[in-house]
Write a protein that binds this ligand. Structure first.
Ligand SMILES: [Zn+2]
Length: 150
């Protein structure tokens, strides 16, 4: 016989009953809600999700990677990463995401901003090159012949 408690899956902090919103912290999955008697199902352990924080971090990293070659992809990736980082932080406050996801959300926000800024600079550089090329071509055209006014 084991003389230490077995690791039964228990609802974590912030898990709330689907019926009455009672805080189910410490209630074993499969037992009943002490408040209203609703069975605590698997949803209690799945209710918390780091999905938004993971999405934010992945998109933030993508924003940095894509800005190198495709600034046009880095800008939306960066913006979405920042938005999801915000959502992830709110989810932690609401108790629908574990506090451990805050690190990923922060990483996503920082990467998102870096990617967004680098991508924006990249796009501005491309626009600048086009403008300089256009001005240069116009100047070359003006130098080559008489400047024609309309
Ligand atoms: Zn309940």
């Amino acid at each position: 016989m084991q003389d230490y408690p077995t690791s039964e899956p228990k609802a974590r902090s912030g898990i709330r009953c689907q019926s009455c919103s009672y805080d189910l912290i410490g209630v074993v999955i499969g037992d009943r809600c002490p408040e209203c008697g609703t069975q605590v199902m698997q949803w209690a352990s799945q209710q918390q999700s780091s999905g938004k924080a993971i999405t934010s971090m992945v998109l933030g990293i993508l924003a940095i990677i894509t800005c190198l070659g495709y600034g046009i992809l880095g800008v939306p990736c960066g913006i979405v990463a920042i938005v999801f980082a915000k959502k992830a932080r709110l989810a932690v406050q609401d108790g629908t995401a574990p506090a451990s996801s805050l690190g990923m959300a922060t990483a996503g926000r920082i990467c998102g901003w870096i990617g967004l800024i680098l991508s924006a600079l990249y796009l501005l550089a491309i626009i600048g090159i086009i403008v300089i090329a256009a001005v240069g071509a116009a100047a070359a055209g003006a130098a080559a012949g008489p400047f024609l006014l309309p």
